[in-house]
Ligand binder design. Structure first.
Ligand SMILES: [Zn+2]
Length: 643
C-alpha cells in the first residue's frame, strides 16, 4: 500500500494542466484551460482544466476528476498504477507499507541487515587481500595501477582481490561467525555438487566454495553507499571461465535497480544538473579520478525502467557515452528510447573507434575529456538521423528511418519538447512539418491512447436537476453537500469556525443523514477527514479517491452551466465568504424543507387511511404543525436570499 505521505507528495507536485497537457492540446481561457474531450467525440471543446483547483471536467460527457483520475481513465490504469505513473513523472520516490505480519516484517529487516553486514565483511576481506597478500599486490594491485588508478581511487571504490583458492572467503567468514546459510543468501558462496541434496540447515563449511576466485573485485554499492553485490574480473585467462562473474540477485541486490557509482555521483549529478551514462566499472572509476564525478554505469546490462527512475530522482539531463563500435551504438539507440519515454532529455556521444570512456579519458586527461564530451555530444535526433540515414540514402530507406525517428519522438511525454523535435526533424529531413505532425499523432494514438479510447464506456450525462428543486430531497442533499465541499474551509461571516464544521453541526442537530449515494459519499469522506485532521478544504475532496470526480462535477455545477462557464469557474475562486455562507444556508434550509415535505407526504397518506375520528384529528394536527414549520423555513429562506 502506498503511504499517505507519498500520496500527499504526489498530489502536491502533480499539476493537472501538465498531466492532461501530455495527452491533448489545451488553450488558455481565462483562469482555465480548454480542449477537446478525449473521452467523447466532440467538435467544439467542452473539456475544462482548472489549474488552481487541480481538476478537469467535461461539460459534454460529465467526466471529471483530479490528475490521478485522468490517468486512470485515459490510460486504463488502476489507482495505485496512476499514482506511480505520476510519481515517476515528478521524480517522487514511492514508499509502500508492507501488509502482513509485523513480526515477519521485523524478521525481514534483521535478515537484510545481517546480509549487508556479511557483504561489508566480504568487501573488507577482498580489500585486505589486495593490499596485504603477495598475490594481491602482484596480480590485483598491479592490474589496477596499470590501468592508471591511484591508491586513493582504489580506496574510494573499495576495490579488492579474491585469491586463487576454493574457500578463502568461506573459511574466513565462518570462523568469524558468519553462517553458511548467510554466505549462500548473499551470493558469496555456492554449494558443492556432492552436497546439493543436503538440507540447507545441515550444510557445513566444507560443503561450500567461493563464488569469487582469482579475480579483481569491484564492489557494487546502493544509493546510500552500502555494499550490496560484487563483480569479479578475470585477469588470468582460464578455460571455460567468464571474463566477469557477478553476484546473483539476492534480497539486497536487484540488478535492474542499480547504477554503478551512483552513491558517489549523486551529489555531483545534482550540482552539474546532468548525469553521464557509461557502460563499464572502469569508465566510472577513471572519470571520477579525473575529476568528473557525475558518472554512473549500467555495468553491462541494458538500461532498465527502474534505473531510469533512479536517474530521474536527481536530474532529467542525460548524456549517454558509449564505445565507438557498432555494439556500443546499438546499445545507445536502445537505451535512448527508454530514456525518452521516462521524460529525460538525452544527448549521445560516440567516441572515436576503438576507444571507450576509460581509455579516452586517460588519453586526453579529465579537463580535455570533459570539453570533448561537451562539444561533441549530439542531440539524440541528430544522432539517430546521422546513424540511420547515410548521405544519398534511397527513398525507401529514408522513409523507414523517418518512421523510427518519429517513434522515438512519440515517446517524449512532454508535448512542447515533442513538437520542438518534430520541427527540427522536419528541417533535417526536408519534409513538411504537418505531415510529420499527423504521423506522430497516429503513432501516439496507436499506443496508450488507443487503449484509453477502446476503454471508453458509454457516456453518462450529468443528471439533470429536477424542475422544482423542492420536489427532490436527493437533489437538495447533493446541493448541500456540494456547497459543503466547495466552501469547506470558508470562515463563517459571523462567529468562529468554518462552513463545513457549521454544516456538519447543523445536520447533526437535525439528525439528517444523506440518502443520495453521492451526497452520502461527500458527507462521509468529509467527516472522516475533518475528524482525522481537524480541518477540511476543497482540495481534500479533490485528492480523495472517493470524491475527486464529485469535486470536479460539483465545481462545474455549483454555478449554472452557461456559455461563459470559464468565468463561472473563476467566480468560485473569487466568491466572497459571505456568498458561500449564503449558499450553504440556503441549501441547508431547502434540505430541511425537503425533509419536512417527506413527512407531509407520509402524513397525507396516513390521513387518507385514517380509521377513526380520533386518528384523523391527530393527523390533521400533525399536518398543520408540519406546514407551520415549512412556512417558517420558507420565510427563513426568503430572508437569506434577500439578505
Ligand atoms: Zn467529454
Amino acid at each position: 500500500v502506498i503511504t499517505q505521505d507519498t500520496i500527499d507528495r504526489i498530489f502536491h507536485a502533480a499539476q493537472i494542466e501538465e498531466v492532461v497537457g501530455d495527452y491533448l492540446q489545451l488553450k488558455k481561457r481565462g483562469a482555465n484551460l480548454l480542449g477537446l474531450c478525449p473521452f467523447h467525440n466532440e467538435k467544439t471543446p467542452s473539456f475544462t482544466v482548472s489549474p488552481t483547483k487541480g481538476i478537469y471536467y467535461c461539460f459534454g460527457c460529465g467526466r471529471g476528476g483530479n490528475a490521478v483520475n485522468f490517468l486512470m481513465e485515459h490510460e486504463s490504469l488502476s489507482y495505485p498504477e496512476a499514482l506511480k505513473q505520476l510519481a515517476s513523472k515528478y521524480n517522487i520516490e514511492v514508499e509502500e507499507t508492507r501488509v502482513g505480519n509485523p513480526d515477519e516484517h521485523k524478521q525481514k529487516v534483521e535478515q537484510r541487515e545481517s546480509a549487508l553486514a556479511t557483504l561489508a565483511f566480504a568487501q573488507r576481506f577482498f580489500e585486505d587481500q589486495l593490499k596485504e597478500t603477495e598475490d594481491g599486490k602482484q596480480i590485483g594491485l598491479a592490474y589496477f595501477k596499470e590501468r592508471g588508478l591511484l591508491e586513493k581511487t582504489i580506496d574510494t571504490f573499495g576495490l579488492g582481490f579474491a585469491p586463487d583458492e576454493w574457500r578463502a572467503l568461506t573459511d574466513h567468514a565462518t570462523t568469524s561467525g558468519i553462517t553458511p546459510d548467510m554466505l549462500l543468501r548473499t551470493g558469496l558462496a555456492k554449494v558443492k555438487n556432492n552436497a546439493a541434496e543436503k538440507d540447507p540447515e545441515e550444510l557445513t563449511t566444507d560443503d561450500l566454495y567461493d563464488v569469487f576466485r582469482d579475480r579483481v573485485i569491484f564492489p557494487i554499492h546502493n544509493l546510500s553507499g552500502k555494499v550490496i553485490a560484487f563483480a569479479g574480473r578475470e585477469l588470468r585467462k582460464k578455460e571455460n571461465s567468464p571474463k566477469y562473474v557477478n553476484s546473483p540477485e539476492t534480497e539486497v541486490y536487484h540488478k535492474s535497480r542499480v547504477l554503478y557509482g551512483i552513491h558517489l555521483a549523486k551529489r555531483s549529478i545534482k550540482n552539474e544538473g546532468e548525469v553521464w551514462l557509461t557502460e563499464g566499472y572502469l569508465d566510472v572509476i577513471t572519470l571520477n579520478q579525473s575529476g568528473i564525478e557525475h558518472v554512473v554505469a549500467t555495468s553491462g546490462t541494458a538500461l532498465t525502467p527502474d534505473q531510469i527512475r533512479l536517474i530521474k530522482r536527481f536530474t532529467d539531463q542525460v548524456t549517454v557515452i558509449y564505445d565507438g563500435d557498432a555494439a556500443g551504438q546499438k546499445a545507445a539507440m536502445r537505451g535512448t528510447d527508454l530514456l525518452l519515454e521516462g521524460g529525460l532529455q538525452v544527448k549521445i556521444l560516440t567516441l572515436p573507434e576503438g576507444e571507450d570512456p576509460d581509455s579516452y579519458c586517460q588519453k586526453l586527461g579529465g579537463q580535455a575529456f570533459k570539453e570533448y564530451v561537451e562539444t561533441h555530444r549530439m542531440d539524440f535526433i541528430f544522432f539517430k538521423i546521422q546513424a540511420l540515414i547515410p548521405e544519398n540514402a534511397d527513398p525507401i530507406k529514408k522513409a523507414s528511418a523517418t518512421r523510427s525517428i518519429l517513434e522515438s519522438i512519440a515517446k517524449i511525454p512532454d508535448a512542447i519538447t515533442r513538437n520542438f523535435f518534430l520541427k527540427e526533424t522536419a528541417v533535417r529531413l526536408d519534409t513538411e512539418e504537418d505531415l510529420l505532425f499527423r504521423e506522430i499523432g497516429k503513432i501516439r494514438k496507436g499506443g496508450a491512447y488507443k487503449a484509453a479510447q477502446k476503454a471508453n464506456l458509454p457516456v453518462t450525462p450529468p443528471t439533470d436537476e429536477p424542475k422544482d428543486p423542492l420536489e427532490s430531497l436527493h437533489a437538495r442533499e447533493r446541493a448541500t453537500m456540494e456547497t459543503l465541499m466547495v466552501y469547506a474551509d470558508y470562515p463563517l461571516p459571523e462567529g468562529e469556525g468554518t462552513l463545513s464544521a457549521f454544516l456538519y453541526h447543523e445536520l447533526e442537530v437535525d439528525g439528517i443523514s444523506m440518502e443520495d449515494p453521492d451526497a452520502k459519499t461527500i458527507f462521509d469522506v468529509g467527516l472522516e477527514i475533518l475528524e482525522e485532521q481537524g480541518h477540511l478544504s476543497f482540495s481534500d475532496f479533490v485528492q480523495h479517491d472517493k470524491t475527486s470526480h464529485l469535486a470536479a462535477r460539483s465545481l462545474a455545477r455549483q454555478y449554472p452551466i452557461s456559455e461563459s462557464w470559464e468565468k463561472d469557474f473563476e467566480i468560485v475562486v473569487k466568491t466572497p465568504e459571505k456568498n458561500a455562507f449564503k449558499a450553504a444556508m440556503e441549501n441547508l434550509l431547502y434540505l430541511r424543507v425537503a425533509f419536512i415535505d417527506r413527512y407531509i407526504d407520509k402524513n397525507m397518506q396516513d390521513l387518507k387511511s385514517a380509521e377513526s375520528e380520533e386518528e384523523l384529528a391527530d393527523f390533521q394536527r400533525i399536518h398543520l404543525k408540519l406546514h407551520e414549520k415549512r412556512t417558517e423555513l420558507m420565510n427563513q429562506i426568503g430572508a437569506v436570499i434577500l439578505k
